[in-house]
Design a binder for this molecule. Sequence first.
Ligand code: PLP
Length: 411
Amino acid sequence: MKSTKFGKYGGQYVPEVLMPAISELASAYESYVRKNQDGFMDDFFARLKKFGGRPTPLYKAERLSEKYGKEIYLKREDLVHGGAHKLNNALGQCLLAKYMGKERVIAETGAGQHGTATAMAASYLGLDCEIYMGKKDINRQRPNVFRMEINGAKVNPVERGSGTLKEAINETLRDWSKSVDTTHYVIGSVVGPHPFPKMVRDFQSIISQEAREQIQEEVGRLPDSVVACVGGGSNAMGAFYNFLQDDQVNLIAVEAGGKGIETKLEGRIAHHSASLTIGREGVLHGARTKILQDEDGQIVESHSVSAGLDYAGVGPELAYLVDEGRVIPRTIGDKEAIEAFFLLSEMEGIIPALETSHAIGYLENHVEGDLGEVVIVNLSGRGDKDVETVMEESHRLGIKNRTTDRVGRGI
Ligand SMILES: Cc1ncc(COP(=O)(O)O)c(C=O)c1O
């Protein structure tokens, strides 16, 4: 059997009822994705191009470059159909479901971008689609809830626990354990039991495949660093994967520092989502990985202003790469992320997703020596969905500019 692990991380920690589905998926992954059986990968790449709008540009952010005295390139995943990198994976998995003869797909979503991408791909391929989403996330990402429904998906609110991504994944796994014969679970990040972390990474690795060629065309060499935000880790793994062998390229994973990683646990509540930086080894959602947990090993509630980074775990391959010293984990807090949201919008005419704003915020708040001269930032998604949250949170955090001032005056 092919390895299900990354060093000590990963594996398949699932209840007995899910094992047949996981095994069926693992063998479909080996044949269709790894060995291109029936031309699956050719079909996938062709559809990514026609339906997804790939390749995405690698765009030199001229004014940011000038501001920071570096060459800053943005990999424009915000221009993928649907507005985020999430479609790369959702389309791959929905297509795989089709090849496997499934009629229905289910998915969890945090920021709603993965749910939206899955709903779009399902509608495009003629599959039934149901999405599980935490109550808190439904409230903070309303535009995406409408988008999923308009694309024909049923959105199921999840009220348990903190009403965020962790509970949404639990509910989707519960559905899957009852519906495996007809249904494929389109997981939204490089998390979960094998083969999900490898499969999602493979579908997302198109990001670094394109970026590696594009940067060499632009500047005649590899970048000094690649920066990406991390929720579960799919845009980061996609952006890093084809640079893993290039030791001179720093790979920087930016997690949500929330209200500060030095803040203490309050009961079972953490004020950040920095599982790579200060998480401890444990098992969550079918995989061994780094997790935010209390002294008794209970998983705690995470926090981030951005729904898509608000997760107590992280992909097992990233946990492994951090231990190996290949990926550098860093954190950016709620306030710095919102400041970066405004900065990119004002200086480059691009409104980034709040998740992505953490990666942008790292340019301003970086550790000396990390970035070098030529930097690629993975612009994982666009921020239209976040405008309301940004207005509310800016007020709370005392961020002042023309927009927040006008809103503050009730105009
Ligand atoms: C635009 C965007 N970027 C990043 C993320 C974080 O997910 P991941 O770490 O899997 O890329 C999300 C999750 O919803 C997202 O919507």
